[in-house]
Design a protein around this ligand. Structure first.
Ligand code: SIN
Length: 326
């Protein structure tokens, strides 16, 4: 039988509230061992090792906690007796953590991240079943070399592309126009596609232990937005991700601020406030090509990649290449 490590970080899957009710609860309260005890059939799938490394609402995650999580998993996964990892996490910022782990874990063993939309004390809590299936997926041979995967509602998503699309239904995730990697029925795993982007053991960001990350901010563009926010952000940040309209667009005032600040060394990336789609290079809104296209990454995922890129290089073309490869 395989051994799977469950690395718990908190979230609604560990949330408690009024017995039976699904709202008005506190995330990150229950210890993971209590959740595992509520799923006896998990022991028929794998030997479980538990690591409660934090117990927080995922809105309390931050780059230092990401680094702690990645370094802990990189240590655990070196153990030959561990066959795969399941991370339990709040759903609110799970898309950011899953991409960070996609880029920083140096392993070909399966890594699955899951959570819940209903607290553990709700009637029909979704967490225990998600956790059961996540363990089954982490124990599956076909899941090796797939990088980080998200598992929700019997659907397997790529850690790079998973995003939260609903804040009250239990089927709360998708991965943009890429559908999903596969599905599960109880413990059975069915893969239908895979991510071709560089991840985990192939990633240049997983080869060296991280200690800190450069500061990168996100600026949201809207009709009439003043460019002052960009100048303010530039004081304390090395990079800024623009959440532009349409194809990552903005007005002439923002264009001149971006050109000005780029020449002072601030690195800009253009993502889009449109939930689906791709940001391509654009000769009209970015005529000098100062702003790097986020491609299919959301702004918050582009921020993760830009922080990691800036931790290794300030070379503009190298960062462009990183955004094309990852
Ligand atoms: C959180 O992200 O920790 C709270 C919300 C959730 O897990 O669904």
């Amino acid at each position: 039988m395989k051994t799977i490590a469950i690395v718990a970080t908190g979230g609604t899957i560990a949330g408690t509230g009024e017995q039976g009710k699904a709202v008005a609860y506190h995330a990150g309260e229950m210890n993971v061992s209590e959740i595992i005890e509520s799923i006896p059939m998990i022991n028929e799938v794998a030997h479980i090792k538990e690591y409660q490394i934090m117990n927080v609402d995922s809105n309390e995650m931050n780059p230092l906690k990401w680094i702690t999580l990645a370094n802990t998993i990189n240590d655990i996964i070196k153990d030959d007796h561990i066959d795969g990892i399941v991370v339990t996490h709040g759903t609110d910022t799970l898309d950011e953590t899953s991409y960070f782990l996609t880029l920083t874990l140096n392993t070909s063993k399966p890594i699955v991240i899951t959570g819940a939309m209903r607290p553990a004390t709700a009637t029909s809590a979704d967490g225990p079943y998600n956790l059961y299936q996540a363990v089954c997926l982490a124990a599956c041979d076909d899941a090796k070399k797939q990088g980080v995967m998200g598992l929700f509602s019997s659907t397997i998503y790529s850690g790079r592309d998973i995003q939260k699309i609903n804040n009250y239904k239990i089927d709360a995730f998708d991965q943009k126009d890429f559908g999903c990697l596969g599905y599960m029925q109880d413990e059975e795993v069915y893969f239908f596609s895979r991510s071709f982007k560089i991840h985990t053991f192939q990633s240049r960001f997983s080869q060296k232990k991280l200690e800190t990350l450069p500061e990168v901010a996100i600026a949201y563009f809207y009709a009439g937005a003043s460019s002052q926010v960009l100048y303010d952000m530039a004081i304390h940040h090395q990079g800024i991700v623009i959440v532009g309209s349409g194809n990552g667009n903005y007005n002439q005032e923002w264009l001149s601020a971006i050109n000005d600040l780029s020449q002072k060394g601030i690195v800009f990336v253009r993502a889009s406030r449109v939930s689906h789609g791709i940001v391509f290079d654009d000769e009209i809104f970015d005529p000098y090509q100062y702003c790097i296209a986020a491609n299919t990454l959301s702004a918050q995922k582009a921020r993760v990649l830009l922080m990691l890129a800036l931790s290794q290089t300030n070379d503009h073309q190298e960062i462009v290449d990183i955004f094309n490869e990852y």
